[in-house]
Design a protein around this ligand. Structure first.
Ligand code: GLN
Length: 265
């Protein structure tokens, strides 16, 4: 089958499966099979596609597996991060956390990213601010492996620690602590694509998604330098609760939803 035949057929099947950007995703799946980029797919309708390989990927996407896990990567802040089912897929909303951290009007030397997952936050901060000493922790060893690999591939030097929140950081202090913790309430409704495929430990927290913020708020002062800052991603209904815990200010994302809390001590 040629690309010119496969793309429309695959687009139709993905639409039937409820995939919104079905044509784009069909093109990206074909590009993945051929090990080429999307432009090549768009400009070479006559090229033959390995139909068996393409069918396998198409069926995975039809079953709601996220495109990023099928392709094995996702763009974040203009860079490509490898992702596996052990890590949360980087989200565009999280770029607000990055911008907020980069624009803080306070001197920063040491930074900590809690729950680094794919390492997208820590790696981006290090590459945008090479003079920062960036540390990153995660409770998941499998996630840390992915984060280390991303940092290495992208050329970011980061200190990684296997740690349940601050458990592995006794005696360390940071000028800035950032985190995009699990903040979805266990009872919240989610697309199958998220609930059945992304790691539960990266998504869910008890007490309507607030539990990790509560745990961080109990001890974070012991790990911040005087005048230090917190920048936390939040769910859109959590602004008041999290700002209350950290005495901070709530910032909105591009969609106008509460998305980040900035706190200072
Ligand atoms: N820090 C990673 C991200 O923002 C992972 C976050 C998480 O697993 N909750 O994508």
């Amino acid at each position: 089958m040629t690309l010119g035949e496969w793309i429309p057929a695959a687009t139709e099947r993905l639409t039937q499966a409820g995939v919104t950007s079905s044509r784009l995703e069909a093109q990206l799946l074909a590009a993945h099979v051929l090990l080429v980029d999307r432009t090549y797919v768009l400009t070479h309708p006559e090229v033959e596609l390995n139909e068996l390989a393409a069918e396998g990927l198409l069926q995975r996407r039809e079953s709601q597996e996220p495109l990023a896990y099928i392709l094995g990567h996702r763009e974040f802040f203009g860079r490509r991060f490898r992702v596996t089912p052990s890590v949360l897929i980087p989200r565009q909303e999280t770029e607000l956390l990055i911008e907020t951290a980069l624009e803080l009007m306070v001197p920063v030397k040491r930074v900590l990213d809690i729950g680094t997952g794919s390492g997208c936050i820590a790696t981006t901060l290090k590459l945008e601010r090479p003079d920062w000493d960036v540390w990153a922790v995660d409770i998941s060893g499998a996630a840390l492996q992915v984060a280390r690999e991303n940092a290495e591939t992208l050329g970011a030097e980061i200190t990684f620690r296997h740690s349940d929140l601050f458990s592995g950081l006794a005696g360390e202090r940071f000028d800035l602590i950032v985190s995009n913790p699990p903040y979805i309430g266990v009872e919240e409704e989610l697309p199958v694509e998220v609930r059945s495929f992304e790691p539960g430990t990266a998504l869910f927290a008890e007490n309507r998604g607030l539990r990790i913020y509560e745990l961080i708020s109990e001890v974070y002062r012991d790990y911040l330098t005087p005048g230090g800052s917190m920048v936390l991603e939040i769910g859109q209904t959590q602004g008041e609760a999290v700002a209350g815990l950290f005495g901070g200010e709530v910032l909105k994302d591009l969609s106008g939803n509460d998305r980040v809390v900035v706190g200072r001590v």
